[in-house]
Structures are given as C-alpha cells and as structure tokens.
Design a protein around this ligand. Structure first.
Ligand SMILES: NC(=O)c1ccc[n+]([C@@H]2O[C@H](COP(=O)([O-])OP(=O)(O)OC[C@H]3O[C@@H](n4cnc5c(N)ncnc54)[C@H](O)[C@@H]3O)[C@@H](O)[C@H]2O)c1
Length: 330
C-alpha cells in the first residue's frame, strides 16, 4: 500500500489536537484521508488555539473535553484505530509552581485514557508523546534510549510515569502502545504568549518584532531542534508500524546546536532581532538539564524514520508562517 494511503478511512483520536503538535498532525491526517476526532480542553496558557485547525475545521470533529473525564473518554475511544496522545500539561515552570495539576493531567489523564481503552477498545494503537526531559541531565552524549532517566522537574517525572503506564497497558492488556521521547520541537502553530516553554518559537517572535532575542547564560548549552513536520511524519510512521509497538524511541535530529548559534541564525534569516545574553531566572535554572542531543539510531533502524528539514529551512518556514498569521498568535 502507498505510504500516504495507510491511514485513509482510519478512525483517529488526537488528544490535545488543538495544540501545536496535535494540530499539525490533524492537518496531515486529514490530508491522508483519515477521519479525525480531537479532544482538547483549551487549558489556559498552553497551545490550544482554534485557528490552528482552520485549514481542516470542517473536516474534523472537536470535542471540548478533559482527558481526565472518564465518561467522555469512554465514549471517545470507541471505534478508533489510532490514538495520538498529545494532551498534557507541557510547561516545565508551571509543573514546579503547580505540581499537583501537572500530576493530575499528565498521569491521571493518561490513566483515564488507558482505562477507557481497556474497557472499550483494546484493538487501538496508542502513540504517546513523551519528552527528552525524561533523561534529565545527560551523563553521555548523544543520549540513547538506555541512558539513565533522572528527570529534573515534575513535568519530566510525570511524562516518564505516563510512558511507563502506556507500556504496562501494552504488556498486560495488549493495548498496543509506542512511546516517544521527543526533543525540542518548533514550527508553525506553536503558541507565542510567553517564553516558559518552546523557547525556539519565542526567539522567532522576538526576531519578527525586531527586539532583543534573550539568550540565557553564556548561550553555549546544546540542544537538538526538530521541525514539527518531521515529528508529524514520525508520529504517523510509528503508528502504522507494528514493529514499533511496545517500544520507546528518541525523536530528534541528533544534531547539536547551541542557543547562541540558534539565536544568531534566526536573526540572520529574519533580517531582524538581535541576540542578547541575559541571566537565567531561578525558576528556569532549576529545571535546566544542560546539553542534550539525541541518538536516533533505534528509530532509524526499526521504523526507517529520519528528519528531513534542515534548521535553516525550518526557521525560514516558521518565520514565514508567523509573519503571515501574527495576529492569531501575538
Ligand atoms: N513541543 C515540544 O517541543 C514537545 C517536546 C516533547 C514532548 N512534547 C509533548 O507533546 C505533547 C503536545 O505538546 P505541544 O507542544 O503540542 O503543546 P500544546 O500546549 O501546544 O498542546 C497541548 C494541548 O493539550 C491540551 N490539554 C492540556 N490538558 C488537557 C486536558 N486535561 N484535557 C484535554 N486537553 C488538554 C491543551 O489545551 C493544548 O491544546 C505534550 O504531551 C508535550 O509534553 C512536546
């Protein structure tokens, strides 16, 4: 079957589908002929934005509900072939300010989803969008999936716990699950309200506004930045590949880039904005794990996925999107 045809007619549930990654995924799913239902509660200060799904708004069903609502989830999982679980509390700083909320959404929410599947639909496949934060500070680079997991903040702890829940339901109840540990992702449809998560897109906003691009510390911390279209392709590829079920995969580029290098590149491509060093805030310092870049050999080997978008091309596309749709995000 043609690669692009594999999801045609399939029933899909995307939790967090009004957010950054979820909406980009829904747009591609619709393009591929899938039948998409979104569940999202528009959690304040996060990426949920109805404008995100404008290109497909007439072709998807949107259920404004909370993944912690058992009645909703019992109903929503019925008849679905694939569940992309992207709803979550994603703000590292908020996870320290309000850890109980983070736990409730990321762990209880995942468990409610899994219980709903256990009772109503054990045939579905769940793809869980976890984070590279599950590793905490790197003891060896690049980081592979066997690297120790020592999360630095509660967001990373709850993601690691949710990942384990997906694997437990896979092993015990046969609910096929794939867990991804995703690196910093950027691109169109990310919120631009504040700088507490998604710093890459914050740099883009500052550049577009021709302001100082604030780089913490000496800017030499290394990260691995992935363009969202490449992540979407990865989500789709793991979902339809039974060899991936029951496994954990790093998702990134494997290419280290420092924050100062990134800020300079964004300013150069935008033609506006100027990198400026600034002190870490205490809240940021507390959850900063230091250098990270992924070893992606496992996913390349098992799934055949690899990223295709260069950093320059990704930055260009992102700037182009926000210059056009600035009023929907600022
Ligand atoms: N963006 C990244 O760089 C990145 C990296 C690693 C992992 N992830 C993971 O990917 C997933 C999606 O992240 P994103 O960047 O698209 O964030 P986002 O904030 O743009 O999207 C998350 C969506 O989840 C919704 N949501 C939150 N709590 C909910 C609840 N209780 N019930 C229903 N909906 C709820 C929000 O309203 C929002 O629309 C998250 O689980 C995040 O941890 C993201």
């Amino acid at each position: 079957m043609e690669k692009k045809e594999r999801l045609r007619g399939k029933e899909i549930l995307v939790t967090g589908g009004l957010g950054f990654i979820g909406s980009n995924l829904c747009i591609e799913l619709v393009k591929q002929g899938a039948r998409v239902t979104i569940v999202d509660n528009m959690l304040p200060r996060q990426g949920g934005n109805l404008f995100n799904i404008r290109p497909v708004e007439k072709k998807v069903k949107v259920n404004f509900s909370d993944i912690r609502n058992e009645l909703s989830m019992n109903h929503l999982v019925k008849g679905k072939d694939y569940i992309f679980h992207l709803a979550g509390q994603v703000n590292h700083v908020d996870s320290m300010r309000n850890p109980v909320q983070d736990l409730d959404i990321n762990c209880k929410g995942t468990l409610v989803l899994l219980e709903a599947l256990k009772h109503n639909n054990r045939a579905a496949c769940v793809v869980f969008a976890g984070t590279r934060g599950e590793y905490g500070s790197s003891v060896k680079l690049p980081v592979d999936e066997d690297h120790p997991t020592n999360p630095k903040g509660i967001y990373a702890v709850t993601n690691l716990t949710a990942e384990k829940m997906v694997l437990v339901y896979h092993d015990i109840y046969g609910i096929q699950g794939v867990c991804l540990r995703i690196t910093n992702t950027y691109g169109p449809r990310h919120h631009m309200m504040h700088d507490e998560y998604g710093v890459f897109n914050w740099f883009i906003r500052k550049a577009i506004d021709n302001e100082e691009i604030p780089v913490f510390g000496d800017g030499r911390i290394l990260r691995d930045f992935l363009y969202v279209d490449d992540l979407v392709e990865c989500l789709l590829m793991v979902a339809v590949n039974s060899k991936a079920y029951g496994m954990v995969f790093n998702v990134g580029t494997g290419i280290p880039v420092s924050f100062i290098e990134l800020a300079k590149k964004i300013a150069r491509i935008a033609g506006t904005g100027k990198p400026e060093f600034t002190e870490f805030t205490t809240e940021r310092k507390e959850v900063e794990p230091g250098d990270y870049y992924a070893d992606i050999s496992r996913i390349k080997k098992v799934v055949g996925w690899k990223p295709r978008t260069s950093l320059d091309e990704g930055i260009r596309k992102t700037i182009q999107f926000y210059r056009k749709y600035k009023k929907e995000y600022w």
